[in-house]
Design a protein around this ligand. Sequence first.
Ligand SMILES: [Zn+2]
Ligand SMILES: [Zn+2]
Length: 320
Amino acid sequence: MRAMVLVSPKRPLRLAEVDDPQPRPGEVLLHVRACGVCRTDLHIADGELRAPRYPLIPGHQIVATRDDDGSRVGVPWLGWTCGRCRYCRTGRENLCERAEFTGLHRDGGFAELAVADERFCLPLPDGFDDVTVAPLLCAGLIGHRTLRMAGDPESVGIYGFGAAGHLVCQLAAHEGRRVFAFTRPGDTAGQRFARQLGAVWAGDSDEPPPEPLQAALIFAPAGELVPQALAAVEPGGVVVCGGIHMSDIPSFPYAALWEERVVRSVANLTRSDGHEFLRLAAAARLQTTVTPYALEQAGDALEDLRAGRFEGAAVLRIAA
Ligand SMILES: [Zn+2]
Ligand SMILES: [Zn+2]
């Protein structure tokens, strides 16, 4: 099969002809139709997240048809859990001590074929084609979990208006929350995009919102946003960091945290997050904004993501 392979970190992805993957017991062979490109893939390509082995096939928003019954499934970041550790036994498989992640510990979907543990394949809602459904599988799912970790806020700020931000904005607005979108300073196109998707206000990340917020969600990998978001939330407000990697958080005065403000992160997802979010996405009729690329353009997609050259999410279209 053809695959885009990361031979070692900090090297460009390379198109290669590799052996077809062979499913083991409990796994299914998948014909990949599309695969989303996520900021985490950029962190993996840059070596900020280390894989246990290289060469590696990245990609963890896999839309595919099963070889055995032809049904359409999605494979997210969480690829396997042990089922036995204290996290797995207490409904927190996202923190499993032995978790294997798709496109990091297991080969992912930047390829024509993939294998996945059957128990971690998610049914995909109708009403989305292969390319537009792909960003739901990480950007949407992590965005959903990030919003849930903020409780039930009436007003919520979103820092970083990319793949996750543009989906969680619609979801939060659908739930009747007032969304305040923060983009890179001066990104007026991004701010217009946010207003189109239901934000009541959009502005630069270094400016204060017009009113104190009950929660803030950070999807951009910039640690300096943490004190900025803390300054934007009211007493008792929650700041949730949704990314897997972030630059260092600068020190800030204790007064910024005082009055029961909370800073927390979100790690990975559970399968129940996946089932719940995909039902919600269909009910809320989320519109995914997608920039399609061919399989062999995966490296270009990563560089465009790094430079912020598109709105919404990049997706590799692998089968016509
Ligand atoms: Zn476990
Ligand atoms: Zn991701």
